[in-house]
Design a protein around this ligand. Structure first.
Ligand SMILES: [Zn+2]
Length: 187
């Protein structure tokens, strides 16, 4: 069996913006969870991301990544803070972020502005669900645009979070305990 590797995603190599919010205090825990701003994806997810970037660039936009590979230890910190299986993968099940195949992101327009998605990244509210009824039309349009870009590149979505995409079949992959990223800060 060939082992897939985690690959670095950077603005220089991938033409994306990177804002790993779990390396800052701008996340729902209010504290940095990662020590380093390493954006990592498993090889097939990295390849799919490149496709998504190409599609977005074809109409003058780019992607801003909020999270990608997430070490299992960091997942435990999030789960301990908010043990809600609607938004945080239970530890026994594991997050597809910890498999290197999930990415959280949004679209950035030609002026460098993030598209209005109605709710913020990681807003743990019902309105963050795709196709939530009653959202303004432009919000539904923006979310659907991101959905098209990501599905066209081979990702699939989950119902509850407009920002989360992952490769189909991720659940069958192993959790990755990556030493290199060493992103856990003890809290
Ligand atoms: Zn996610």
């Amino acid at each position: 069996m060939t082992r897939s590797r985690l690959l670095h995603v950077t603005p220089e190599t991938h033409h994306v913006q990177i804002d790993l919010v779990y390396a800052t205090d701008r996340n729902f825990t209010g504290k940095p969870i990662y020590k380093a701003q390493h954006c990592l994806l498993l090889e097939p997810a990295e390849a799919a991301l490149r496709k998504a970037v190409d599609t977005a660039r074809s109409f003058g936009m780019t992607l801003r990544i909020f999270d990608a590979y997430r070490p299992p230890q960091a997942q435990k910190v999030l789960w301990d803070f908010l043990p809600d299986p609607n938004f945080i993968a239970e530890l026994g099940r594991g997050s597809n972020h910890s498999r290197g195949t999930a990415v959280d992101l949004t679209l950035i327009d030609e002026n460098g502005e993030a598209l209005d998605m109605g709710t913020g990244f990681d807003a743990m509210v019902a309105e963050s669900a795709h196709f939530y009824p009653g959202l303004p039309a432009h919000v539904q349009r923006n979310r659907t645009l991101l959905l098209g870009v990501m599905h066209g590149a081979g990702f699939t979505h989950i119902a509850s979070e407009w920002w989360h995409y992952e490769l189909p079949g991720s659940r069958d992959l192993a959790l990755i305990d990556n030493e290199e990223s060493g992103p856990l800060r003890l809290m």
